[in-house]
Design a binder for this molecule. Structure first.
Ligand code: ADP
Length: 355
C-alpha cells in the first residue's frame, strides 16, 4: 500500500490551476484515503473547465503511478478522483457564525483549559458560544465544566447541549463510556465526531469552539472537511520540545487550508506567593515560534494553581473574577476576539506582495 505521506509528496508537485499553488499546501485535497487496491481523492475544484479537470486527473494518476513504483508495488491502485466545489456545498451548521478549532501538538499542554477560557471570555463579551469536546479519545470537558452530575439529554437523534456558565457544551464523555472512546480509530472516530458536531441542537451561535484531540490525527481532517472553519488556535508550552510538536500541528492546519488565528503560550511562568516569578519551563518560546512562522501571538497564561483547581472542580468561570488571573484571561480573550473578528471579515489572509 502506498504510504499517505509519500503520495502527498508527489501530489505537492502538482499545481492547482485555480490558485496557482500546489494542491497540498493550498489545502485543495479535501479527502485522501489509500488502501491496497485504490486511492480515493476528493479535490476542491470549483471550475467547470473540463480540460483543466482532465489535465489534473492525468497528473494525479501519474503521481499515483510514481508513488506506487517508488514503493515497489506491482499493481497500481485504481484512482477514484472526485471534484467537489466546497464553496457551493451547503454549510451544515448555517446558524453558527464562526467555527474555531483549538489544537496542540501534544497532550497535557493545557489545550482544553485554554479552549474553555477562550470560550468563557467570548461568552463574557455577550456572545452566544458553544464548545464541542472534540477530544474524543480523552474528553475532559465533563470534569472541567462540572457536567458529571447533569444528565445528558437526547431528543430522538438530536443531542441537546449542556448549558453552563453561558456556554452550550457537547462532549462524547457523557454519551459513551470513556474507556470505549479511547480505542476508537479512523472511521469510528470520524463518525462519532461527525455526529457530535452535526447532530447537536446548537441553535444560533456566534462562535463554536472545538477542542480537538492533541496531535495530527483523523479528527482535525474530519472537522476541516465537515465545517467551514474560521481558523485555528494552537496551544503550546514554552519549551523547545513543545514548540516542535506545535509546529507540526500548525503545518497540519495549514495543509488543510485552515488559517491560524494565533498561538497561545500556556504555563508561562509561576508567580510565588511572595511575588517572585519563576519561569519553570522558560518563557517566550511560543511567541518566538509564532514570530518565526509569521503567525499572530495571542498571549500567555501563567501556571496558576487556581486554573488547575477550579478546572478540576468544574468551575473555571470563577477564575475570570480572580485578581491574579482576571487580567491575563481578559487580555488573552481580547486578543483572541480581535483575531476572530478579523477572520470573520476575511482580513486574516496575508497579503502577498509581489515586487
Ligand atoms: P490538554 O487539553 O492539553 O491535555 P488540559 O487543559 O487538560 O490539557 O490540562 C492538563 C492539566 O493541567 C489539567 O489538570 C489543567 O487543570 C492543568 N493546567 C492547564 N493549564 C494550566 C495552567 N496554566 N496553570 C495550572 N494548571 C494548568
Amino acid at each position: 500500500m502506498i504510504p499517505l505521506e509519500e503520495l502527498r509528496q508527489f501530489l505537492s508537485t502538482i499545481t492547482d490551476p485555480e490558485s496557482g499553488r500546489d494542491l497540498v499546501s493550498h489545502g485543495a485535497i479535501r479527502d485522501l484515503k489509500i488502501d491496497e487496491d485504490s486511492v480515493y481523492i476528493e479535490l476542491d475544484f470549483a471550475s467547470k473547465d473540463a480540460e483543466a479537470k482532465e489535465l489534473l486527473r492525468s497528473q494525479i494518476a501519474a503521481a499515483v503511478r510514481k508513488a506506487a513504483a517508488n514503493h515497489g508495488l506491482r499493481r497500481i491502485p485504481e484512482l477514484d478522483l472526485n471534484f467537489v466545489d466546497v464553496e457551493a456545498t451547503p454549510n451544515p451548521l448555517p446558524m453558527v457564525r464562526s467555527v474555531i478549532a483549538v489544537g496542540a501538538g501534544k497532550g497535557g499542554v493545557g489545550k482544553s483549559t485554554v479552549s474553555v477560557h477562550l470560550a468563557l471570555a467570548l461568552a463574557r463579551m455577550g456572545r452566544k458560544v458553544g464548545i464541542l469536546d472534540g477530544d474524543i479519545y480523552g474528553p475532559s470537558l465533563p470534569t472541567m465544566l462540572g457536567l458529571q452530575e447533569i444528565p445528558p439529554k437526547i431528543d430522538g437523534n438530536t443531542i441537546i447541549p449542556f448549558e453552563k456558565d453561558g456556554l452550550k457544551i457537547v462532549s462524547i464523555g457523557r454519551l459513551v463510556e470513556p474507556e470505549k472512546a479511547l480505542v476508537w480509530r479512523g472511521p469510528m472516530a470520524h463518525g462519532a465526531f461527525r455526529q457530535l458536531a452535526l447532530q447537536s441542537d446548537w441553535g444560533e451561535l456566534d462562535h463554536l469552539i472545538v477542542d480537538l484531540p492533541p496531535g495530527t490525527g483523523d479528527v482535525p481532517l474530519t472537522l476541516a472537511q465537515l465545517l467551514p472553519l474560521t481558523g485555528a488556535v494552537v496551544v503550546c508550552t514554552p519549551q523547545k520540545v513543545a514548540q516542535d510538536d506545535a509546529r507540526r500541528a500548525i503545518r497540519m492546519f495549514q495543509q488543510l487550508g485552515v488559517s491560524i488565528l494565533g498561538v497561545v503560550e500556556n504555563m508561562a511562568g509561576f508567580t510565588a506567593p511572595d511575588g517572585t516569578t519563576i519561569d519553570l519551563f522558560g518563557r517566550g518560546g511560543a511567541e518566538d515560534m509564532a514570530a518565526s512562522m509569521s503567525l499572530p501571538f495571542l498571549g500567555r497564561l501563567p501556571i496558576h494553581p487556581e486554573l488547575a483547581a477550579r478546572g478540576d472542580a468544574g468551575d473555571p468561570a470563577s477564575c475570570h473574577e480572580l485578581e491574579a488571573l482576571g487580567d491575563a484571561l481578559k487580555t488573552l480573550g481580547d486578543a483572541f476576539d480581535h483575531r476572530v473578528r478579523m477572520a470573520e471579515r476575511g482580513e486574516d489572509r496575508p497579503t502577498l506582495v509581489i515586487r
